[in-house]
Each structure stands twice: as structure tokens, then as C-alpha cells.
Design a binder for this molecule. Structure first.
Ligand code: PMP
Ligand code: GLU
Length: 400
């Protein structure tokens, strides 16, 4: 007799971003010099005043279970911030605090989708969306978007993907993995279809503070009246405040009943998000914001550097990086060649050979539904990026 894994979990793809990062760490531990451009994780330390708030929370005895859906002070801070930044009004009860935005997304899908429902996901997509949809028994409907349009979904493509089973649309702007950003007008075009068809929109706005254009960020529910009732917003502290390890994210529900459902689910799943991290997140949101701007400016410097290096390597192309910290590079012109004696026919092999031969860790585009592409994260120092870009250039130049 052996213990076997359920069919649902057997069908689950493990996260490729986490897997590539683990591979890079393994090689590093074995003594190799590795330039790790795989994971989308700020390399900065969590700002000191946030750490101090966590220490104080522990000293004050905030070391016990909290309300399952999170502490009211943090929910209030979240809605206040969305109001100040985007003019949106939500009651604090509509917020559910979770163990990171990834967990928030899982809760949203679990409370929204029934088996057989369809969720429209534009590709390239972040690795977890489709897998978390499948865990509910619903069906991810992938809609490919062209590089010529910055890998963005158009209203026409959205309309064409809608069937009687369509329940929801997933949007992620700025996008992981492409680094592109939807303008207000582009979102309005999608919103018109959404309002017409009453699709629910899950908008992942985790990179809303990492934008490098002059246009103000357009949060999806603000672009047309009536959208707030149809939209679930996901955000968190991981990227904005360099707090990936603290595991705090949230969903803002369109109504109290939906928020209650997510809180009830969480009460059975995890009891509550970490009490200490919740207090740290309050300090992050309510404290000085100059740390966010400092990190954004540094990401911007790295972005411009990586863009100029990639542009100088013949045969590579990528859309303009307007947000987040990713370059999503089309390498298809360099497939079907031999690298250090090894023939490379697809993006997965290309990534693995780049790692094996040159020590640069990246993530294959096929993991994001975009074969022929590769994602480089620039959430690492300029020094690492310079060495990594030298190595990529050498790798490509050496192909025969
Ligand atoms: N959404 C996107 C688009 C992401 O890139 C990430 C990266 N971790 C998450 C959600 C999840 O963030 P976390 O769980 O760390 O809050
Ligand atoms: N979101 C980051 C990435 O795409 C972190 C890893 C993950 O959560 O998948 O690299």
C-alpha cells in the first residue's frame, strides 16, 4: 500500500518562479557564481521603522490569534490608503487580510468560482493564476495577447473569449511577467465589455507603486462608474515595502457578503494572518512613504540599464517596461541554435543552458504561457545586473 496524491493536486504545476529560484540557490550553495534574475522579490531590507513596529507589537503582546479576516486597524489603513490614492470608498469590513497576496488570490477564486465556471486570463500570465483557478474545479481560459500590443488584452479579444460559462476576468497591471502597464483608456475599453456582460474582475494591483511612467496609475475600479460592485482588488505589502517574507496581502471585496465568505474560508484554513506581521503592515502603510520612492527610483535606474543592455543584443526584443521589475524578452530568433555544443530549441532549454553555462538564472516564458520568451527580474543590484547582462550577451554571441 502506498499513499497516493489526489488527482486535483497531481494536475497542479508547481510554481516555476519558485522552482527556478530554488535551482539558482542550490547552484550557489554548491559554490557556483550565480546571477539570480529569477525571482520577483525586492532585494532591499524591510525599512527599519517597519521592523521596529513588529518588535513593539511583540513586546505589547500582539502574539496571539487575531480575527480570522485580520485586525480592524489594518483593514482601516488599507481602505484609507485606497481612498487617498484612488478616491475609492470601501467600508473596512470589505477587506480580508491574508498570508500574502497569493493567498488572497486563492481565497478570492475559491469564493467566486464554481466547478465548470470559466475565468478569462490574458497570457502572458503570472504562474499562479491558472493553477489556483484549477484548484476550484473552474476552467482557466487563456487568451493570448501579442507583443506588438505590449502583451495587453484588447476589448475585441475579451469579447471573443466570453462564453455563457464566463464568470470572471483576471487583470494584472503593471504586469508580472511583462512589465507593461494598461493606460486608463485601455482599461476603459475592457471595462465597457465587463459592464455590458457583468463579468467579475479580479484586479491584481500588487505593483501599483512600482510605475515608471508619468501617467498616474489607473486602479481598475476607478475607470468607469459601476465597476466597484463587480471588482475584487488584490494588493499587499510584499513588493511596495520589500516585505515578501512577512506574508501580508489582502483582497478588497465588492460587498460585505463576499468579504465574509473569504473570512469564513480563512477561519477554517489558517485561523488568521500573522499577528506581528499585521502590525508591521500598519506601520508600512501609515508610516513615512519616502522609502517606497527611494526603492522605486533604484528599480527605475536598474530598469533603464537593463533596457539599454538588452537593446544592444541583436535578435532580442521586449516591450517597454513601464512597471514592476521584469524584462520579458522574446528570444525566439535565437532558438534552433547550438550553445556550447548543445542544441537549444525552446525557451526552457535556453533558460537552463543560460543557467548551466553562464550562471544566469531567469524564468522560461512557457511557464507564463508565452513560449519563445524569457523573464529577467531586475530586482537585484546594478552590479549583478551588469555581470548578468555581460553573460547573456556572451551566451547569445556564442550561439552557432
Ligand atoms: N501577484 C503577483 C502579480 C505577483 O507577482 C506576486 C509575487 N509574489 C503575488 C501576487 C504574490 O505576492 P505575495 O504573496 O508575496 O504577497
Ligand atoms: N511573484 C514573484 C515572481 O513572480 C515571486 C514568486 C512567486 O510568488 O511566484 O517571481
Amino acid at each position: 500500500m502506498t499513499v497516493t496524491v489526489s488527482q486535483l493536486i497531481q494536475a497542479l504545476e508547481p510554481s516555476a518562479t519558485m522552482a527556478m529560484a530554488a535551482k539558482a540557490k542550490e547552484l550557489k550553495a554548491a559554490g557556483r557564481t550565480i546571477y539570480d534574475l529569477s525571482l520577483g522579490e525586492p532585494d532591499f531590507a524591510t525599512p527599519e521603522h517597519i521592523c521596529e513596529a513588529a518588535v513593539e507589537a511583540m513586546r505589547k503582546g500582539h502574539t496571539h490569534y487575531t480575527a480570522a479576516s485580520g485586525i480592524p486597524e489594518l483593514k482601516k489603513a488599507v481602505v484609507k490608503q485606497y481612498h487617498e490614492r484612488y478616491g475609492l470608498e470601501y467600508p473596512a469590513e470589505n477587506v480580508v487580510i491574508s498570508n500574502g497576496a497569493k493567498h488572497a488570490i486563492h481565497n478570492v477564486f475559491a469564493c467566486l468560482l464554481d466547478p465548470g465556471d470559466e475565468m478569462i486570463i490574458p497570457a502572458p500570465y503570472w504562474v499562479s493564476y491558472g493553477e489556483l483557478v484549477k484548484l476550484t474545479g473552474a476552467v482557466p481560459v487563456i487568451v493570448n495577447t501579442p507583443q506588438s500590443n505590449g502583451f495587453k488584452l484588447t476589448a475585441e479579444a475579451l469579447r471573443a473569449a466570453i462564453t455563457p460559462k464566463s464568470k470572471a476576468l483576471l487583470l494584472c497591471s503593471p504586469s508580472n511577467p511583462t512589465g507593461t502597464l494598461y493606460s486608463r483608456e485601455e482599461l476603459q475599453a475592457l471595462a465597457d465589455v465587463v459592464l455590458d456582460t457583468e463579468l467579475v474582475v479580479v484586479t491584481d494591483e500588487i505593483y501599483d507603486r512600482l510605475v515608471y511612467t508619468d501617467q498616474p496609475y489607473a486602479s481598475f475600479p476607478t475607470v468607469r462608474p459601476g465597476l466597484q460592485e463587480l471588482t475584487v482588488v488584490v494588493n499587499g505589502v510584499s513588493k511596495t515595502y520589500a516585505m515578501t517574507g512577512w506574508r501580508i496581502g489582502w483582497a478588497i471585496a465588492p460587498n460585505k457578503a463576499f468579504a465574509k465568505a473569504m473570512g469564513d474560508l480563512q477561519s477554517q484554513e489558517t485561523s488568521n494572518p500573522c499577528s506581528i506581521s499585521q502590525h508591521a503592515a500598519i506601520a508600512a502603510i501609515q508610516g513615512p512613504q519616502d522609502c517606497v520612492e527611494k526603492m522605486r527610483q533604484e528599480f527605475d535606474r536598474r530598469r533603464r540599464y537593463v533596457a539599454s543592455r538588452l537593446a544592444s543584443i541583436p535578435g532580442l526584443s521586449c516591450p517597454e517596461m513601464e512597471g514592476a521589475f521584469y524584462a520579458f524578452v522574446n528570444i525566439s530568433q535565437h532558438l534552433g541554435k547550438t550553445y556550447g555544443g548543445v542544441r537549444v530549441d525552446d525557451d526552457t532549454q535556453w533558460c537552463l543552458e543560460l543557467l548551466g553555462q553562464k550562471g544566469v538564472a531567469s524564468v522560461m516564458g512557457s511557464a507564463f504561457g508565452a513560449p519563445g520568451c524569457v523573464r529577467f527580474s531586475f530586482a537585484t543590484s546594478l552590479e549583478n545586473l551588469a555581470a548578468a547582462m555581460d553573460a547573456v550577451q556572451e551566451f547569445v554571441n556564442g550561439a552557432r
